[in-house]
Design a protein around this ligand. Sequence first.
Ligand code: SF4
Ligand code: SF4
Length: 194
Amino acid sequence: MKDTIDLGKKRDDAFITEVEAHSGQKFSTCYQCGNCTAGCPAGFAYDRQVNQIMRGVQLGLRDKVLNSRSIWMCLSCSTCSLRCPNNIDVATVMETLRHMARKEKRVAVPKVEKFWFSFLDTVRAFGRSWEIGTMALYMLRSLRVFTDLDLAPEALKKQKLPFKPHSIPDGGAAAVTRIFKRYRERAKREGVRP
Ligand code: SF4
Ligand code: SF4
């Protein structure tokens, strides 16, 4: 942890209610055992460990939590959820916080959001993710042209980077595109960032 959570901050009860409603989790039962943090493979990249995020949510520290890098660096691996003795789906809480942060235009690690868009663009276009397409779009968006380029020869050798998108039979790609279209229309109606 690089700094401490300021307990003197005003408690934002609406934040607590929102996280509980959107995640469906009773995080008030968290007693800070630290099991989630002990198993988190992304903790080395966090500014606040996952148990600290949980405590921040309990205390209604909207700014501290939603401005945290940790919610963007989370891998959604669910190890924390499996390790929690109180059966809190911690990974779902992290995901909920990410969506809330994005809705409030607080994206602490823009690179991650750029990667999401690049991945989703290929899924929308081809019905499945396309690795080289995702990489190319991410490089363009982030201007990180040489990112992980040294890994490419090995990945190509193992046929992990096909030059053509994966094909889906029976109009599957078009069906996926329609799902994206419906989602965008709904997001527009509800005034949510797609
Ligand atoms: S889901 Fe996120 S917070 Fe939980 S263990 Fe995995 S990386 Fe860590
Ligand atoms: S494992 Fe569960 S109870 Fe323990 S700190 Fe994490 S969320 Fe709280």
